[in-house]
Design a protein around this ligand. Structure first.
Ligand code: FAD
Length: 491
């Protein structure tokens, strides 16, 4: 094992004087530096990458956050924000000796303005909490990642998260109006404004999806959308994934605009039905397609019928409409619980995230099945089909190095095929550490250099969530314990 890898496994403690200064800012118990606490922060939900931080600091408000950032910047210590740690690309990790700023305590909804349909929140507010708070006003927050019961709005902003409803309502970028940000040196600024139309340089645009590397959002103003007057939820069961994907492509080509189109394959269905998220999904089907339409009550029956007509052409084994809110809730509980259900299949999982044009969806899923056959690795699929955003899911044991190597190799083949089909490396989980090596296959060197220069303009010292979302310098990959060494022959 190299010295960098050994250091990241053991962790590199923070200097005692710096830890004491941080404690003076946030309080003694809000700085975690004992091995047991730090172990919980050495990875996010992508367990392939691990690196024990020097300390975890838990500021309770903006002023504490700013004071911590200033101190770390002066000391030249790398740091990164963390919300709930549900990220799936290794984004909320720091290099050995770095500090994680855990923002889960900053969880207040500061203002909810029903007349103007926005809310001002701290970054640690859990996604689903905002919709719960907005519901009495007839409003909701539209981006709904499957992890919405735990992930934070700060993490959503950083990853430009999506979710089933984003097919109609757009990703997080379409919902962030304004953010108060803390720059890498501790200066505070406000980017964006009360509406999405800005006549200035779009700094808000730099922030959303920047994977925590441009600035830390300390407050966010988010759009809210009205709750729909009526909803119809359809569940089609198909013999195989191919048929379900062809049906999705036809709905899109017909110009229909459902709010969501989600596909789950047999492995995902069976994992759900064997778990607490059981939803009565057909375990004999090769795939299910969930389509939801929403809008004025007068229009919905007709729209649902139009979708049904298209699905019928693809010979579903069964096609049903949720008869009441309880049936609808059960379907979504199954879909949103699927990730958790599959997490129980093995100690580790790799949930991939790639995008293809929707017309190529059936083709990429055929390729995923080929990779499954050739690699001998079971792959489950559940994905935002309406967006052409696939999520092949590998359940495996990272302690088995050979298995981990094969999983990464298979995942890389699938991502490369997404690029070949005119797609991209990430729909919503970000690049993080996971895909940095492949970036050079999507972007040419001048474009990557431009990205580096933009990053440096915001953070010249390179301390804020360094090494994420851009090709890693050699040696850093080691520090993050990357198992993926086969490509350059270090396996
Ligand atoms: C079961 C499961 C299902 C999922 N389903 C979806 C899905 O449907 N759609 C989807 O898009 N994602 C999904 N995800 C991925 C994940 O939930 C999202 O990426 C989410 O936005 C991460 O939020 P978090 O609070 O956990 O962020 P973390 O994992 O803690 O951090 C993610 C990144 O955000 C940065 N960050 C955190 N807070 C801030 C801040 N205040 N300012 C600046 N940067 C910050 C971190 O530095 C890091 O780079 C799923 C994950 C799981 C485990």
């Amino acid at each position: 094992m190299s010295s960098a890898a050994a250091a990241s496994r053991r962790g590199r403690p923070l200097a005692a004087a710096l830890a004491a200064d941080l404690r003076r800012i946030v309080g003694h118990r809000r700085v975690l530096d004992d091995p047991a606490s730090l172990a919980a922060y050495e990875s996010d939900a992508l367990t392939l990458y691990r690196c024990r931080p020097g300390a975890v600091v838990l500021p309770g408000d903006r002023d504490e956050l700013v004071a911590c950032v200033r101190l770390l910047h002066r000391a030249g210590i790398p740091f990164a924000a963390r919300g709930a740690g549900t990220g799936l690309s290794g984004g909320a990790l720091v290099p050995p000796g770095g500090v994680i700023l855990g923002l889960a305590r900053m969880d207040r909804i500061l203002e909810l303005n029903p007349a103007e349909r926005w809310a001002r929140v701290e970054p640690g507010v859990v996604n689903a909490e905002l919709s719960r708070a907005a519901a009495p006003h007839g409003l909701r927050y539209a981006p709904d990642p499957a992890s919405q019961a735990v992930c934070t709005l700060g993490g959503n902003l950083a990853e430009n998260s999506g979710g089933p409803q984003c097919f109609l309502h757009g990703m997080t970028a379409q919902h962030v109006l304004e953010a108060e940000v803390v720059l890498a040196d501790g200066r505070c600024e406000r980017w964006g404004g009360p509406t999405l139309e800005s006549d200035d340089l779009d700094l808000r645009g730099f922030l959303v999806g920047s994977e925590g590397s441009v600035a830390i959002a300390s407050e966010i103003r988010l759009r809210l959308v009205p709750l729909p007057e009526a909803v119809a939820t359809l569940l089609g069961a198909f013999a195989d994934l191919h048929a379900a994907c062809e049906a999705v492509a036809e709905v899109v080509a017909a110009g229909l605009r459902p709010v969501a189109m989600e596909v789950m394959d047999r492995r995902a269905i069976r994992a759900v039905e064997a778990s607490v998220y059981r939803a009565g999904l057909p375990t004999d089907a090769g795939a299910v397609l969930i389509v939801e339409v929403e809008g004025p009550a007068a229009r919905i029956p007709e729209e649902a019928a139009e979708v049904e007509e298209i699905l019928e052409r693809h010979r579903p084994l069964r096609l049903e409409r949720a008869a009441n809110p309880a049936e609808r809730a059960a379907i979504w509980k199954g879909r949103k619980g699927a990730g958790g259900a599959m997490g129980q299949l093995a100690p580790d999982s790799l949930v991939m995230d790639g995008v293809v044009p929707r017309s190529r969806l059936a083709e990429i899923m055929d390729f995923v099945l080929r990779v499954e056959e050739e690699s001998g690795l079971p792959i489950a699929n559940l994905f935002h089909a309406g967006d052409g955003n696939i999520h092949p899911h590998f359940a495996y044991d990272a302690r088995d190095r050979e298995q981990a190597r094969r999983v990464e190799e298979a995942a890389t083949r699938i991502l490369r095929r997404c690029l070949d089909l005119g797609g991209s490396l990430s729909g919503e989980h970000g690049i993080g550490l996971e895909k940095e090596e492949l970036l050079a296959e999507q972007f040419d060197p001048p474009t990557l250099e431009l990205m580096r220069r933009v990053r440096r303009a915001f953070d010249p010292a390179g301390l804020l969530n360094p090494d994420k979302g851009l090709p890693l310098p050699r040696g850093c990959a080691e520090a993050f314990h990357r198992h993926r060494r086969y490509r350059d022959g270090r396996a």
